[in-house]
Write a protein that binds this ligand. Structure first.
Ligand code: NAD
Length: 484
């Protein structure tokens, strides 16, 4: 079940190298060194995967849902039994603290399989009755071969979040994890083999987005694409898939606002705001990166928040005291640093962080940076408009509810927002006006698997989660029967 040095694709039930025989380097972000290799797949590998999925589809889609329930539950069991092995691999592959991988990423990955295994046996569709005349019922059928493409920030968590509902609904899948974090997806292949998933039902192709990923989107036999990643990649995928009328679910970038009113529970807000700003080094699409604070508590907030940010421990992902590990790659570290320089050019004051951490020994070449808090920037500047996706937040005061809402809504994004207040009517008013797919009131990252998940505006299209995911992965057919 464990990680290997040379990863393989999972096609037609077997672990195989890329047709080209080529491999890409896989880097451990904490050491900055190559530690394994993944197949550099291209359209030939994707074609094989799609053909295997097509062959598997009639039997899998026609199978009793209890069979799908049993197999998906077995996959969940295997992940759960190997929690530690998966968590260690996820931490090495992504640079995130082992404690986070063990308490968040891997438990959620097994929960995704378990949730959709159960959901499919309770799934029902509607009927519409015209008394004495007709009865309509909605037949929901799987789409066929579908593509699932996921990013690096929550590797197995987001990969399984797509694959599990697609399989539960009776589809066969060609999936691609991020080339930056392929390891746990590879280990999932082994779990699927052990669980007895019939060959071809799930195929995992590793490689670069522009090559292997694009080949999945291009394939005329792939009926739908469920994608999570950057907004620009989403645009490219939409441009390719729309003329072929493929069904699309796009979960894209964010620039999430966190609105803090003076009447909030200050201590609770402070603890959660630290988490919402810097969990996983700010590399969660739901992290709040623009913090708006009502003026009467602005200075109190700023001083306390900066102090607590400076206390965060950055370093060895396997040390129990570590709060933040390494950023995922050198390129990402450079991107984050470039935004900190930009913030200064734009007139911002870096109150803390933004500098690289000097590490010793095996972590000397790792991608570590101190979390940054910046003030003094207008909403219109690039630092406040563009997604950084790192441990960088800006803070600014506001005077009125209207002003806070206008600033919160003032970007192209609309993924998640957080509101802190003890006044329920104010919370409701603000939630109603926020252009955001998710609004958390007095909490952050409470993610109930049953709820619709997704963004507005440039943060995406469609919704995942619960019944929304099962609806996405099925075609509704209206069958109308006339009374005799
Ligand atoms: P990315 O868009 O670079 O890559 C995402 C995936 O798409 C990878 O597997 C990549 O190989 C693949 N890909 C790249 N080009 C492709 C193409 N032309 N065709 C098909 N596939 C292609 O994103 P990333 O850097 O891996 O992830 C970070 C981004 O993901 C951030 O913008 C973040 O906000 C977003 N994200 C969004 C959510 C959400 O639910 N809305 C969740 C997590 C991350």
């Amino acid at each position: 079940m464990g990680p290997d040095k040379y990863l393989k694709n999972y096609i037609d039930g077997a672990l195989v190298p890329a047709v080209s025989g080529d491999y890409l380097d896989n880097v451990n972000p904490a050491t900055g060194k190559v530690y394994s290799y993944l197949p550099d797949s291209d359209n030939r590998d994707v074609e094989r995967a799609v053909e295997a999925a097509e062959r598997a589809f009639p039997e899998w889609s026609g199978s009793d849902v209890r069979k799908r329930f049993r197999i998906l539950t077995r996959i969940a069991d295997i992940i759960e039994q190997n929690l530690d092995v998966f968590a260690r691999a996820e931490s090495v592959d992504s640079g995130k603290p082992y404690s986070m991988a063990r308490s968040v990423d891997i438990p959620r990955s097994q929960a995704n399989f378990r949730f959709f295994a159960t959901a499919i046996i309770h799934y029902a569709s509607e009927s519409h009755h015209v008394a004495g005349e007709t009865i309509n019922f909605t037949l929901r059928q799987p789409l066929g071969v579908v593509g699932c493409i996921s990013p690096w920030n929550l590797p197995l968590y987001l990969f399984s979040w797509k694959i599990a509902p697609a399989l539960a609904a009776g589809n066969c899948v060609v999936a691609k994890p991020s080339e930056l974090t392929p390891m746990t997806a590879y280990m999932l292949s082994k779990a699927c083999i052990e669980a007895g998933l019939p060959k071809g039902v799930l195929n995992i192709v590793h490689g670069l987005g522009g090559k292997a990923g694009q080949a999945i989107v291009d394939s005329p036999k792939v009926k739908a694409i469920s994608f999570t990643g950057g907004t620009n990649t989403g645009k490219k995928i939409a441009a390719t898939a729309a003329p072929a009328f493929k069904k699309l679910s796009l979960e894209l970038g964010g620039k999430n606002p966190n609105i803090i009113f003076a009447d909030c529970n200050f201590d609770q807000m402070m603890v959660e705001t630290l988490r919402s700003s810097f969990s996983n080094n700010g590399q969660i699409c739901l992290c709040g990166s623009r913090i708006y604070i009502e003026r009467p508590i602005y200075e109190k907030f700023r001083d306390e928040f900066v102090k607590r940010t400076q206390f965060l421990k950055i370093g060895d992902p396997f040390a129990s005291v570590t709060d933040l590990g390494a950023l995922v790659s050198k390129a990402h570290l450079d991107k984050v640093r470039s935004y900190i320089s930009l913030a200064e050019v734009e007139g911002g004051t870096v109150l803390c962080g933004g500098t690289e951490v000097e590490m010793q020994g095996e972590y000397e070449q790792g991608f570590f940076i101190r979390p940054a808090v910046i003030e003094g920037l207008p909403i219109s500047c690039r630092t406040n408009q563009e997604e950084i996706f790192g441990p960088v937040v800006t803070i600014a005061p506001f005077d009125t509810e209207e002003e806070a809402i206008a600033m919160a809504n003032g970007t192209q994004y609309g993924l998640a927002a957080t509101v802190w207040t003890r006044e329920i009517s104010k919370a409701n008013r603000v939630a109603e006006k926020l252009q955001s797919g998710i609004v958390w009131i007095n909490c952050w990252m409470e993610r109930d698997l049953r709820t619709p998940f997704g963004g507005m505006k440039s943060s995406g299209m469609g919704r995942e989660g619960g019944l929304e995911a099962l609806r996405f992965f099925t075609e509704p057919k209206n069958v109308c029967i006339k009374y005799g």
